[in-house]
Ligand binder design. Structure first.
Ligand code: PM9
Length: 458
């Protein structure tokens, strides 16, 4: 297939200088940071691929919107703009603003989960599972098996396994399922999309049993691009139409605006159910703020309303997906083991195959991420055994099949030349992979341990 990497559909109006420090300085930085890339200062990083969350570059239209912030405590005009935009793009009846995605996850988990109920989902996500479990829910993985295998190349590797879901419902009883959580795309599987057919069939199955479906909408535009590219019947549709159809197969969603909302902060919860909406509004005032700001400033809301409209523009999303694919293609061409196919927001290095000299208990992905930083000043993030955490009941480590380093591309921030630099750095390190050493815990936090945990060479 002819590869096509479109040029940037924008020109650059403001720049931020970055500088590279020396290898010796980076060794010191890594040690001070407890060998955790989350604990490195941004100033010590040249290319920052830690996350695509809140790292987006805003457009001139968004910056102009920032000046139009109405910072009234109640009833800001920017809230009305944001609410109307979300309703138009997603099609849900009610919107509850939150400071970011996990604020929405917290509220949804409080209103929709009774202790002891199951919450099936197409692979766990760290904050999502935390909120589900902290409200007494039992997360159950219903993604297709192939999603756990880095080497299987499938167009819709984030799909829900309908047999697994049906078996769970039959075994536990529909009344014991809180709701089904469908993430579009699936972050920890590699940013893998879910097909429209699978979304439709999941919704139909759940409707038959009276079970609600809530989507994790965080990267719904990236998911829509893959549907347009890969699913029969969608190539002629606009991204906007596809996004709207995705959500027609759900009862609501949680959204981190920090990703596909093209802003640096913000989120929301959408609901169709009137009673759940009343409950959510009662909780938002306790945890986030008034139902007309939910932890966001007026200017934040304006920027998100504009960002969401920009995110469904076809030229933007095509470039976004292809820039990520460019990095993946360069690495695959050099024989670097990565999760296939390349997904929407990141390239995931397969640390098990990258570091065959380390066992999973020696934290190969954590160590690979920090070594890549030391060698090149490129910062990625561990997405493996450290991120997966421990089982709440047994206290044992979850040991996911996917032991990866995520190189996450911020939206509209870096150029193809930056991607070349990253690819060269990874290729260089692969040639001297024995530099990636075993690590051990020095400090292990009880919750979401990957954020602030500290390590040392074993
Ligand atoms: N994702 C990410 O880097 C930032 C925090 S975890 C390191 O991938 C999904 C699919 C996410 C996500 C955040 C959230 C939470 C929910 N669902 O960060 O609270 O990828 O806005 O969103 C991160 P917030």
């Amino acid at each position: 297939m002819q590869k096509y990497y479109p040029p940037e559909p924008f020109r650059i109006k403001a720049i931020e200088y970055v500088k590279s420090n020396t290898r010796a300085e980076r060794e010191e930085v890594a040690e001070k940071a407890g060998f955790n890339t989350f604990l490195i200062d941004s100033e010590d990083v040249y290319i920052d691929l830690l996350t695509d969350s809140g790292t987006n570059a805003m457009s001139d239209r968004q910056w102009a919107g920032i000046m139009m912030g109405d910072e009234a405590y109640a009833g800001s005009r920017n809230w009305h703009h944001l609410e109307a935009t979300i309703k138009e793009l997603f099609g849900f009846k009610h919107v509850v603003p939150t400071h970011q995605g996990r604020g929405a996850e917290n509220i949804l988990s409080m209103i929709a989960i009774k202790p002891g109920q199951y919450v099936p989902g197409n692979m766990y996500f760290t904050t999502t599972r935390y909120h589900q479990e902290s409200k007494g829910g039992i997360f159950t993985d219903i993604v297709i098996d192939e999603a756990h295998d880095p080497e299987i190349d499938l167009p819709f590797k984030g799909n829900v396994d309908l047999d697994k879901l049906k078996r769970l419902i039959d075994e536990k009883g529909a009344e014991n399922i809180a709701y089904v959580c469908v993430a579009i795309t699936v972050n920890l599987a590699g940013g893998q999309p879910v097909s429209m057919q699978n979304l439709r069939e999941t919704y139909e199955l759940c409707s038959r049993y009276g079970i609600k479906v809530f989507m994790d909408a965080t990267r719904c535009v990236e998911n829509a691009y893959f549907i347009k590219e890969r699913e029969a019947g969608y190539s002629g549709k606009s991204i906007k139409e596809i996004v709207r159809e995705e959500f027609s197969y759900a009862d609501g969603c949680t959204m981190s605006g920090k990703k596909d909302g093209l802003v640096n902060i913000g989120g929301f919860l959408c609901l169709n159910d009137d009673e759940l909406f009343v409950e959510a509004k009662e909780l938002v005032v306790v945890y986030e703020g008034m139902p007309s700001y939910g932890g966001m400033t007026g200017r934040d809301m304006e920027a998100m309303a504009i960002g969401m409209k920009e995110s469904v523009e076809d030229a933007y999303i095509e470039h976004r997906i292809m820039q990520v694919r460019y990095l993946g293609d360069r690495l695959m061409d050099a024989g670097i083991p990565i999760v296939k196919p390349v997904g929407g927001h990141a390239v995931f290095l397969d640390a098990r195959r990258f570091c065959p000299h380390l066992t999973q208990n020696e934290f190969p992905a954590q160590s690979l991420a920090i070594q890549l930083y030391i060698e090149s000043s490129v910062r990625g993030m561990e997405r493996g055994i450290i991120s997966a955490g421990r089982d709440r009941k047994t206290g044992k480590d979850h040991a996911p099949k996917l032991e990866t380093v995520r190189l996450t591309i911020p939206r509209r921030v870096y150029t193809y030349k930056h991607m070349d630099l990253v690819a060269d750095a990874v290729i260089d390190l692969y040639a001297q992979k024995e530099k990636v050493r075993a690590l051990k815990w020095v400090y292990e936090p009880k919750q979401l341990r990957f954020f602030t945990g500290r390590f040392a060479p074993k």
